[in-house]
Design a protein around this ligand. Structure first.
Ligand code: KIV
Ligand code: ZN
Length: 517
């Protein structure tokens, strides 16, 4: 079977989803999980775009050693230099340069003629190869480009040293037949195409990203790009877990293999959803909560008689465990530490102790602690950055009655160590709590979204709150979990504020500093 490379861009294109803003620890945690999932290339970010991205990419290149790490750059020497600074310590660094080739983009965005674009692309690929062993060149908006211009340009950038050619459907406009035809045409008409990897990169604006990616593979693509849960700009990117499972379940039609470890899908999906705050729709293919639920009587009856009647994917294939009961009140430190390792976490001594304390507190209130509960607690602790600047929740109380005004009293420690205590009111308990926090926090806050969900099932389930807000103009998301919905909400609010501090410094100084090292 032919091999298809998997290029994951969750941390770059995925992170471009509105409202998603991961910090360094969160990016690293996702990167480690993507390595376990078995991707061949991981695009860790766009180093020249922000200080956070630069540092996130550098950290991943330093710490994640089993997979090629890529960084995005415009066709600009300064972007390429910055990307090199971020990636040079990686084991197998790759640069990803993009330059638009469609008439619409060349005329209106780049304001360049096709010949100027061609020369610039060739020059930048040649320059990038003086630093990077691998260079992917993307013809942005390839699916709306003139085919003969595309063919001419691809031949030239391969001669200049590109090792991967990517043909993105940037605006999610193409159809499977059309996109497949594009790959066939390029394979048949670019004389040196066999020297490189040919890659597909699809967006989901018309809901066809996965189908388009599969059509590309059938027509000569030997690399596919996408994100976990299909997160990304606008309607998102092709969902890698869907492509992986389609290639497995329909290998009669798609005789291709990848290096992906399918039973890591669920954990990867949960981690990305948890850290980005982008909930997975219940009916989402492969990873949605309902993907394996059979509701109608006829279906249940069929599945009981023989699962293959209505079940084409087994939950086990993608790592969904049917019995994930784990620990309770009497579980000791040793068993807990084993479980942490089994769940794939490597925690520092301090964080392990913090996690054990949280676990013990939870067992006082909840009879059975499941893998899902532990996953939520461990992710929260593992990705809690040790930023100096932080608001810490000390205590709070909310008074609510149907006939009086909801009032919240909160005690906080401010980033400079000052103890604060204030009370305020609102139309409901959550609003009273948020109004009080808002009064106590110096930064200007605008809340744009608030969501509450339960982790697992049952009356005593853990609550998870997610907020989206701007803090002094910086958009951030925040999350918090607790058995109490108000505590989870307060934690999410403060988590968002604390995360905003991380995104404040400008990149320039850091890059110059890194370059002079
Ligand atoms: O969709 C796109 O065109 C991109 C490029 C940066 C490759 O993400
Ligand atoms: Zn894209």
């Amino acid at each position: 079977m032919a091999h298809v490379n998997v290029f994951d861009t969750t941390l770059r294109d995925g992170e471009q989803s509105p409202g998603v803003n991961l910090n360094q620890l969160e990016k690293l945690e996702i990167a480690k999980q993507l390595e376990r999932f078995g991707v061949d290339v991981m695009e860790a970010g766009f180093p020249a775009s922000s200080q956070g991205d630069f540092e996130g990419v550098r950290e991943i290149a330093r710490k994640v050693r089993g997979v090629s790490i890529a960084g995005l750059a415009r066709a600009k020497k300064s972007d390429i230099d910055t990307a090199w600074e971020a990636l040079k310590e990686g084991v197998d660094p790759m640069l990803h340069i993009f330059l638009a080739t469609s008439p619409i983009h060349m005329t209106h965005k780049l304001k360049k003629t096709p010949e100027e674009v061609l020369d610039l692309g060739v020059e930048m690929v040649r320059y990038a190869r003086t630093k990077f062993p691998k260079v992917e060149w993307s013809a942005e908006d390839a699916s709306r480009s003139d085919l003969d211009f595309l063919v001419r340009m691809i031949e030239k950038v391969i001669d200049a040293g590109a090792t991967v050619i990517n043909l993105p459907d940037t605006v999610g406009y193409t159809t499977p037949a059309e996109y497949g035809q594009l790959f066939k045409y390029v394979r048949e008409n670019v004389p040196n195409i066999d020297k490189v990897t040919l890659s597909a990169h699809c967006h989901d604006d018309l809901g066809m990203a996965v189908a388009n990616s599969l059509a590309a593979i059938e027509n000569g693509a030997n690399q596919v790009e996408g994100t976990i849960n299909g997160i990304g700009e606008r309607a998102g990117n092709a969902a890698l877990e869907e492509i992986a499972v389609a290639l497995t379940i329909r290998k009669d039609i798609y005789p291709y293999k990848t290096n992906l470890v399918l039973n890591e899908i669920k954990r990867t999906s949960d981690l990305v959803s948890n850290l980005t705050g982008m909930a997975v729709p219940r009916n989402k293919a492969v990873v949605g909560q309902n993907a394996f639920a059979h509701e109608s009587g006829i279906h249940q009856d069929g599945v009981l008689k023989n699962a293959s009647t209505y079940e084409i994917i087994t939950p086990e294939l993608v790592g969904v465990k049917s019995n994930n009961l784990v620990m309770g009140k009497h579980s000791g430190k040793h068993a807990f530490n084993d479980k942490v390792k089994q769940l794939g976490y490597e925690l520092s001594k301090d964080k392990l102790l913090e996690a054990f304390t949280s676990f013990k507190l939870l067992t006082d209130r909840k009879k059975e602690v499941t893998d899902e509960d532990l996953f939520t607690i461990l992710t929260e602790i593992q990705t809690d950055s040790d930023e100096v600047k932080k608001y810490v929740l000390k205590a709070f109380q909310v008074q609510y009655g149907t006939s009086n005004l909801p009032t919240a009293t909160v005690a906080l420690v401010a980033p400079d160590g000052t103890k604060l205590e204030t009370a305020s009111t609102g139309q409901g308990s959550v609003e009273a709590l948020f109004n009080t926090l808002d009064c106590m926090i110096q930064e200007k806050i605008q809340l744009s979204d608030y969501q509450l969900s339960s982790v697992g099932r049952g009356r005593d389930a853990l609550a998870q709150a997610n907020v989206k807000m701007t803090v002094d103009g910086i958009s951030v998301n925040g999350r918090g979990s607790s058995q109490d919905v108000l505590e989870a909400s307060a934690k999410a609010f403060l988590n968002a504020v604390n995360r905003a501090f991380y995104h404040k410094e400008p990149i320039k100084d850091k890059v110059i500093q890194a370059q002079s090292n």
